[in-house]
Design a protein around this ligand. Structure first.
Ligand code: CP
Length: 311
């Protein structure tokens, strides 16, 4: 990569699929610097003091929402928060009308989580502000994938040829798809593991390996990124019961003790303890789940800062 590469190739972050590996490396280098800032006594820089950012959440969130808000405050941006549950969306207002009304109050950037895949792409065609996807339905969650890969890079260095398995409900997961795109752009080998009903048909066409046996998947990998079962997105039953899922696919201490190596355990949250992961694994020395959350702020600062430069 050229040392001259100091601008993103895009003015929006709609997904990982639409950015380059140079963009990802630039975001990581910028996040390295912001991580130093947030670990220093004065955790704030004036970089975005002329920028106003609207955080529009049409779906629930704990980590992503707080993390973006903190990142914005650390960059000295002005912020407004919007939650669909307490808004005029409930009175039938369209997405475009809602966003245009907010933008007419001189908002520069929009961070949005929305249940509809492609909602951000649609907005990008109609409005001028920078748009950052904080999760669109079952499609993409780009900042989660960036913080996941950044956290793996901290542990393993260069991710070229590192083996990462994503275990769980891949079918309904935006984290899985963004992770696959991101890790492959960084040269990693990616696999997915879960019951056949929760792995998308033809997922091998994305260049990932498929495991149905969780023990074999754990033996193969350097990192296991474990996902929850998204019952709220399942209109029919994909597994007989959570108890059975846990028995066959849950990552627990016994499964890890059978390995002849140590692996890194990750989870994007929210965790359903005792279902996809047991507490003794989630809280073990192999788990970097809280480092992922910490890195989320630095990654989101980097994304906001670099997109603001594209204005
Ligand atoms: N990982 C993640 O997106 O968590 P939230 O739904 O709490 O934002």
């Amino acid at each position: 990569m050229s040392l001259e590469y100091n601008q993103l190739s895009t003015k929006h972050l709609l997904g990982i699929q639409s950015i380059t590996s140079d963009d990802i490396q630039l975001i990581f280098r910028t996040a390295d610097n912001f991580k130093k800032v947030i670990n220093s006594p004065i955790k704030k820089v004036p970089s975005l003091r002329d920028i106003t950012i609207a955080n529009l959440f049409f779906e629930n969130s704990t980590r992503t929402r707080i993390s973006f808000e903190l990142a914005e405050k650390r960059l000295s941006a002005d912020t407004v928060n919007f939650s669909a549950a307490s808004s005029s969306v409930k009175k039938g207002e369209s997405l475009l009308d809602t966003v245009n009304n907010i933008l007419s109050m001189k908002v520069d950037m929009v961070v949005m989580r929305h249940p509809a895949p492609g909602a951000h792409q649609f907005l990008a065609q109609h409005i001028d502000a920078n748009i950052i996807n904080a999760g669109d339905g079952t499609h993409e969650h780009p900042t989660q994938a960036l913080l996941d890969a950044f956290s793996m890079r901290e542990q393993l260095g260069d991710l070229t040829n590192k083996k990462i398995v994503i275990i769980g409900d891949i079918l309904h997961s935006r984290v899985a798809l963004s992770n696959i795109f991101c890790l492959q752009k960084l040269g990693a080998q990616v696999a997915v593991c879960g019951p056949p009903t929760l792995l998308p048909k033809h997922i091998e066409k994305l260049g990932v390996t498929k495991f149905y046996d969780v023990q074999k998947a754990l033996e193969w990998c350097d990192v296991a990124n474990i996902l929850r079962i998204q019952l709220e997105r399942q209109d029919v039953k994909y597994i007989p019961s959570l108890r059975e899922y846990s028995l066959y696919y849950g990552v627990n201490k016994e499964r890890l003790e059978r390995l002849d190596k140590e692996i890194i355990i990750m989870h994007p949250g929210p965790i359903n303890r005792g279902v996809e992961i047991t507490s003794d694994v989630a809280d073990s020395k192999h788990s970097i789940i809280l480092q992922q959350v910490e890195n989320g702020v630095a990654i989101r600062m980097a994304v906001l800062y670099l997109l603001a430069e594209k204005r």
